[in-house]
Design a protein around this ligand. Sequence first.
Ligand SMILES: *Cc1c(COP(=O)(O)O)cnc(C)c1O
Length: 389
Amino acid sequence: MDYNRIIMDKIYLDYSATTPVDRRVLDAMLPFFNEDFGNPSSVHRYGQKAEAAVETARETVARILNCLPEEIVFTSCGSESDNLALRGAAFAARSEREAKWVLTSHAEHPAVSRTAEQLASHHGFQLEWLDVDKFGMVNLNAVENALCDETAVLSVMVANNEIGTINPIPEIAGFCQARQIPFHTDAVQAAAYLDLDVQHLKVDMLSLGAHKFYGPKGVGVLYVRKGTPILPQQTGGGQEAGLRAGTHNVPYIVGLAEALRLTAEEREERVAHVRPLRDQIIGTILEEIPDTRLTGHPVDRLPNHCSFVFKNADGNTLLRLLDAKGFACSSGSACKTGNPKPSEVLLATGLSREWALGSLRVTLGMQTTAEEVDKFLRALPALVEMARD
Ligand SMILES: *Cc1c(COP(=O)(O)O)cnc(C)c1O
């Protein structure tokens, strides 16, 4: 496979934060910045050409998600997709059937958890947090017990960005289907490696963000199953079947579809590339660094994702020490870098502060090589010791 290697003088091990745009994706996008610059809503030929590109992209995404093209809504990012799903479904459920409960877990991305909190603090909804186990996996009994006729929407992510754990989405969806409760899943982190068939996942709404799978930043998708009640959150021109106003970002939409197409086509190869490197990192670190734990699930986890806590270490210090040596890693969610508070997700898994503050996330990608992993594994133990002083 052509990994379209880009020259990197540093070692990038933060693919869960973002990925470089695949050269093939960039090539597909370029004509739509200037040559084919039309507005898809225009009647003339410039518009027709742009509209055709957007509709082809929609068909590509629909084919990979195994849904209808009209069930695909293009948005500006994964966060917007999460916001539209939660707010849109919550407001619609309240006006259609007086439902007032929003259900989610403490192990969700802030795009979901902060939105759920605002629905409770400013819009009169009731919020219920679902329990997660020590791996950060949502408990099926907790879901079954929490659902009631007044549940407006449930949101549980496919795979966690901080700890890599994969939730039992089809099983959770089964409970929702039985009660006809709209179920949203954030698949932003899952998209690079896991199957996104919405009929298999049985979800009503699913979020994607292109920059997590070698597409551009600033473009996303919300899948909305036909018949799911949802109120638009951005109103204006009738784009995206009235669900999301705003002139289409044609080159980015084209880029998202091409990135998703390549991801689906090369999924097995990409998994086969990163998984052994992931297992080498996890095995070596747990063996060589004392007072270390893997966070997230040991088996049901993303194939490119390693995450640890080092007891009594300072995670931010460790990140700076690593960066000084040329290794780019993360302590969890990119959005939280620089924040000394322990991660909510790690606390939700039951870790104490002295463990949770010493977290490290190492995530691999298409460009990661065995030599990079070896260099990293040789450098890390001494740096963890320094971060413990
Ligand atoms: C990155 C990420 C998001 C946010 O996506 P953006 O496109 O960056 O807004 C949401 N959820 C998860 C799980 C993510 O990893």
